[in-house]
Design a protein around this ligand. Structure first.
Ligand SMILES: Nc1ncnc2c1ncn2[C@@H]1O[C@H](COP(=O)(O)OP(=O)(O)OP(=O)(O)O)[C@@H](O)[C@H]1O
Ligand SMILES: [Mg+2]
Length: 253
């Protein structure tokens, strides 16, 4: 079930140097919906996700979160707002100098209000759920890529945030772990009312099980926005991407 718009993009564009990476993006992320962001590699999904979180600033247009234009709010308010977010970075972005347990506990300690024994309990529980119960005291440099991804997943979800953005949660993971990760995305989504979740993934088959709606980014623009049932009437590229094997590389046919 989806409700009010939590994030609204209007005419959003971002360029690096002279090149527009995304442009003319109109997009809503609504409370209670699980949105799948799809599209070929290098076409702007991660850039868009960073814009949705206020981690990058648009060069055109505006991003509003709960009605507030991110460009107009002061750094303090922005920091407050960011606490509502959970973010799984495509490249993990773990703190190398912190143990796994401290990485995962970080959002809870930042937010304050939770006692250390409770933090320890929650961190252990979440890591066990992701098959990382033994890795509590290890450091990121001692982990495989898939393990780092799962630590990132634990950190993104530990504070039960209201807006969760997952950038390629199952990349590099084996099929069993990938299914576990997608189950966790769904569990987190339903853990409270009105969570807004956005998942970027090439794992279309697993996305199909959990997503309510899809947005396809192609050459930096929104080529499709709607439920699976609407794909048939859309640009053939969307169907090809969604039902075919146009997965990983840009320009494939
Ligand atoms: N900080 C940056 N500086 C310069 N160019 C950037 C930056 N971030 C992204 N880009 C460029 O923007 C384009 C889109 O990148 P993005 O990471 O959003 O792709 P993507 O759709 O997430 O791809 P993938 O599916 O492979 O993760 C690429 O050409 C990339 O080189
Ligand atoms: Mg990406």
């Amino acid at each position: 079930m989806s409700g009010d718009a939590v994030i609204v993009c209007k005419g959003v564009g971002k360029r690096y140097g002279r090149k527009w990476i995304v442009r003319d993006i109109d997009l809503e992320v609504r409370a209670g919906e699980l949105l799948g962001l799809i599209g070929p590699g290098g076409h702007g999904k991660s850039v868009l996700l960073r814009l949705l979180a206020g981690l990058a600033t648009p060069d055109e247009g505006e991003v509003r979160v709960r009605g507030k234009n991110l460009a107009d709010i002061d750094p303090f308010e922005l920091a407050e707002l960011r606490r509502e977010y959970g973010y799984l970075f495509q490249n993990y972005a773990l703190f190398d100098f912190m143990s796994v347990a401290d990485n995962v506990a970080f959002p809870l300690r930042q937010a304050g209000g939770v006692e250390e024994p409770e933090i320890a309990r929650r961190v252990k529980e979440r890591l066990e759920q992701l098959g990382l119960g033994e890795a509590l005291d290890r450091f990121p440099s001692e982990l495989s890529g898939g393990m780092k991804k799962r630590v990132g997943m634990a950190r993104a979800t530990i504070g039960e945030p209201a807006i969760v953005l997952y950038d390629d949660p199952s990349a590099g993971l084996d099929p069993v772990t990938s299914s576990k990760i997608f189950r966790l995305v769904r569990t987190m989504h339903h853990s409270q009312d009105d969570v807004a979740s956005v998942v970027v993934s090439h794992d279309i088959d697993r996305m199909k099980v959990i997503c309510d709606r899809y947005v396809m980014i192609f050459e930096g623009k929104v080529l499709f926005d709607g439920p699976e049932e609407a794909i048939e009437g859309a640009d053939p590229m969307v169907g090809k991407f969604f039902f075919g094997s146009l997965g990983q590389s840009s320009g494939a046919s």
